[in-house]
Ligand binder design. Structure first.
Ligand SMILES: *Cc1c(COP(=O)(O)O)cnc(C)c1O
Length: 433
């Protein structure tokens, strides 16, 4: 059978797989348990933690899009990351990027502190640091590209080849691009994973995760652990995510076209100090991004002139962009990494990582591009006229009001000082826990 192209795989996922009624759309199977056909005669499914038809359909679709052998759908993106840890023993060393997703950093560093494995945090673009790390024969190397929030790019093929030479397995967090824009397994990686909460579901109404392995045996091993520790995704979430997945290729096209226009608009805008977007020719990762990505994605960040006060004014004067963390939904979101996604990092560590107070991150949605640009333009103009010109009587934007997600609930780590302290790190220094 000819291999279908991405849009076809996505749209056709689960179509016509209902053996009983011929339902065109894959039905949702909510039953927790399945009848045996007789004594010790199991059907394909017996209990929903272990296997569920709706979840299996979604897993197969993502595996096909990533061109892998086996997909495992998990309850969240973090449980997908946690599942990787089941492959490790106390003597194993794990290498993670210094600018990986905050939740992944928190998970790996806290488990390493409990002695479950050893951990090395490195800047994978620093070839000496990477070489030194690989010389210690790690079991697992984690790659995340583009990174958050500065959209740094890591050469997946080069790092994977070096890791394989050192005997390590490679897992790539592909959340920021989705399989439509980047396919790490084809670049040599052993495992690719996603927070499906983001682009794959794409409608900001499910929290979920998925891992896809290149080899069937590794996939079966991870599926065994997913059932064992009980982190498989629910039927309902799988159903919604499968529905979201069908429009992933066409959504990505619109995200991409809008993001290209936004990047061009921001680059050279008088209110902007610097734009971080791999699609811009002066971005340090541009050449590698051109090589390994189909396009540049719809996440970008920028520094506003005028520091944090200008950022506040910008946030107060955008109305289409919602002030919220997360990304990859159809709606445009704007955020302040320092007080939101990266609030768990000490300020000095943020600075070393390149996260300044004037840094703003946006997830470009699929609204009409004219409205997106007009909204940003209004916000940026206000950001430069100073807070004095902002109407002091105007109410706070809805999503900044008390009770709505705000800096305190948006922290990656808990508020208490102890956790904060243990989360702090100097990304410039590779640290062995
Ligand atoms: C959101 C995210 C995760 C974690 O996923 P959840 O679904 O929130 O648990 C992991 N990696 C990246 C890059 C993410 O953006």
């Amino acid at each position: 059978m000819a291999t279908n192209k991405t849009a076809t795989i996505a749209v056709r996922a689960g179509i016509n797989n209902d053996k009983h009624h011929g339902a065109v759309v894959a039905p949702i199977h909510l039953s927790s348990t399945y009848a045996l056909t007789g004594f010790n005669e199991k059907r394909e499914f017996d209990y929903s933690r272990t296997g569920n038809p709706t979840r299996a359909t979604f897993a197969e679709a993502v595996a096909e899009l990533e061109q892998g052998a086996h997909g495992i759908v998990t309850s969240t993106g973090m449980s997908a990351v946690h599942l990787l840890c089941q492959l490790l023993t106390v003597d194993d060393l794990v290498v993670i990027p210094h600018d990986c997703y905050g939740g992944s950093y928190r998970l790996f560093s806290h488990l390493a502190q409990r002695g479950l494995f050893k951990l090395l945090v490195v800047d994978q673009n620093d070839s000496d640091a990477l070489e030194q790390a690989l010389a210690q024969k790690p079991k697992l190397v984690l790659i995340e590209t583009p990174s958050n929030p500065l959209l740094r790019i890591v050469d997946i093929k080069a790092v994977t080849e070096a890791s394989h030479r050192a005997g390590a397995m490679v897992a790539v967090d592909n959340t920021f691009l989705s399989p439509v824009l980047q396919q790490p397994l084809l670049l040599g990686a052993d495992i690719v994973f996603h927070s499906t909460t983001k682009y794959i579901n794409g409608h900001s109404d499910v929290v979920g995760g998925v891992l896809v392995t290149k080899e069937k045996a590794l996939g079966e091993q991870l599926a065994w652990w997913a059932n064992c520790i009980g982190i498989t995704g629910s039927a309902f979430d799988s159903y919604l995510s499968l529905r979201g997945l069908k429009t992933l290729p066409i959504r990505m096209k619109q995200h991409q076209s809008n993001a290209d226009a936004v990047a061009k608009f921001l680059d050279g805008h008088p209110a902007i100090e610097q734009v971080y977007y791999p699609g811009l020719a002066d971005h340090p990762g541009h050449a590698v991004a051109c090589k390994q990505q189909k396009s540049f994605g719809a996440m970008l960040s920028f520094e506003v002139k005028g520091g944090v006060e200008a950022v506040k004014a910008l946030f107060a004067h955008v109305s289409l962009f919602t002030l919220a963390q997360s990304l990859g939904g159809v709606e445009s979101l704007i955020s302040h990494p320092s007080t939101m996604t990266h609030a768990g990092m000490a300020l000095e560590a943020q600075l070393v990582a390149g996260i300044s107070q004037s840094l703003v991150r946006i997830s470009v949605g699929i609204e009409d591009i004219d409205d997106i640009i007009n909204d940003l333009d209004a916000g940026l103009t206000a950001s430069q006229s100073g807070l004095d010109n902002a109407d002091p009587e105007s109410p706070e934007p809805e999503n900044q009001a008390a009770g709505k997600p705000s800096a305190s609930t948006l922290r990656v780590v808990a508020d208490n000082d102890q956790q904060k302290k243990s989360f702090s790190f100097n990304p410039a220094l590779a640290s062995l826990w």
